[in-house]
Write a protein that binds this ligand. Structure first.
Ligand SMILES: Cc1cc2nc3c(=O)[nH]c(=O)nc-3n(C[C@H](O)[C@H](O)[C@H](O)COP(=O)(O)O)c2cc1C
Length: 335
């Protein structure tokens, strides 16, 4: 019987997390999300261990704002030494966890022999985990699919997970669909293979001592609460990125904190000093406004406010008054 890792931190950060999403969950989005929830675990976009090894902009790749805690750095790679080095860097930089991406089916990632294609090589993944565990004290978790191509049976999934658990993986976040590495692009691989929650449920039933989280297709807090009756945690991707505001009661409903309701205008007001400092550090307003756009829905004039915010923020000299104005417009309608 495989037991829960002794290394696991006694917390329940993982009851609800915001999934790693390339070009979406950058540090600015994560800071926005932190105005909405203090508790949900936030994931970075995937960073390739090799890129971290060779990069001259390592600090830029790793950097995050202290308010982003708890935060997990997602790594990609198949080389135990490079991953172990990257894990050490992440720990030194202050990340709370490291997550290994075994779910990405993109051709680029496949060509590098990592991501979802590693589901065919549990022994390599196990070596990577073992080495990362040896070099760090923070949890090492794995995000994977139900299977890939022909390697898609329940027994294969169990074998895969067992291998990684023995190597020391602390948690398993299962995107509840398989991936087709041949024939489907990444976007299709997030919609065409059907969601199969019952297979994740079987995994949890067969391995009650492992920490198993459900990912894929969760759209509301209620969906997550229902899932938490079965699984140890839930991970939300697109529904959180596209509709961040609907998650504003996570802390009370999922984590049992006292309820604090924040308005959309207040969220934007709170982001203004952050956006100002981004401008002062040679960033542009659009870095942040592109995420704020997602907040502005289901309010009077939302389409117009979004349009204006988008157009004005992309101008060269866009300044903070644009956000102040949006916050005022939302406040005027009671949002
Ligand atoms: C635009 C986009 C980028 C993504 N990038 C990553 C990534 O870098 N690493 C990863 O493990 N998954 C990535 N995913 C997959 C999500 O983390 C998640 O597993 C998937 O969207 C299913 O969850 P959802 O139905 O809640 O969105 C990405 C998804 C989207 C939509």
């Amino acid at each position: 019987m495989i037991s829960k890792s002794l290394n696991k931190k006694a917390n329940n950060n993982y009851r609800l997390s915001i999934a790693p999403m390339m070009d979406c969950t950058d540090r600015h989005f994560r800071v926005l999300m932190r105005q909405i929830t203090n508790k949900a675990l936030l994931y970075t976009e995937m960073i390739v261990a090799k890129a971290l090894h060779y990069s001259t902009k390592r600090e830029q790749l790793l950097d995050f704002n202290p308010i982003e805690h708890p935060i997990s750095l997602q790594l990609g790679g198949d080389n135990p030494s490079l991953l172990s080095e990257a894990a050490q860097m992440a720990e030194d930089w202050g990340y709370d966890e490291i997550n290994l991406n075994i779910g990405c089916p993109s051709p680029k990632v496949k060509a590098g022999n990592f991501g979802a294609s590693l589901m065919a090589h549990p022994e390599i993944v196990a070596k990577c985990i073992e080495k990362m565990k040896k070099s760090t004290k923070i949890p090492i978790t794995v995000k994977h699919r139900l299977g890939i191509d022909h390697l898609d049976s329940d027994s294969y999934l169990l074998k895969f997970v067992d291998h990684l658990a023995i190597a020391g993986a602390d948690r398993f976040i299962v995107h509840a669909r398989k991936a087709w590495l041949k024939g489907l692009n990444p976007k299709q691989n997030r919609t065409i293979p059907p969601l199969q929650y019952e297979r994740v449920r079987k995994l949890k039933e067969n391995r009650p001592n492992l920490i198993v989280e459900l990912n894929g297709g969760l759209k509301t807090i209620d969906d997550c609460l229902k899932a938490l009756n079965i699984y140890d945690g839930t991970m939300v991707g697109r529904a959180a990125y596209n509709h961040p505001f609907i998650w504003n009661t996570i802390d009370s409903k999922v984590f049992g904190e006292e309820e604090k309701i924040i308005s959309k205008s207040k969220i934007i007001q709170q982001l203004i000093p952050y956006a100002q400092s981004n401008l002062e550090n040679n960033g542009c307003l659009w870095d942040i406004s592109k995420h704020i756009l997602k907040l502005i829905e289901k309010t009077p004039g939302a389409k117009f406010i979004r349009q204006e915010l988008s157009e004005k923020s992309q101008k060269k000299k866009a300044d903070i008054s644009i956000l102040e104005n949006v916050a005022q417009q939302l406040e005027a309608t009671g949002h």
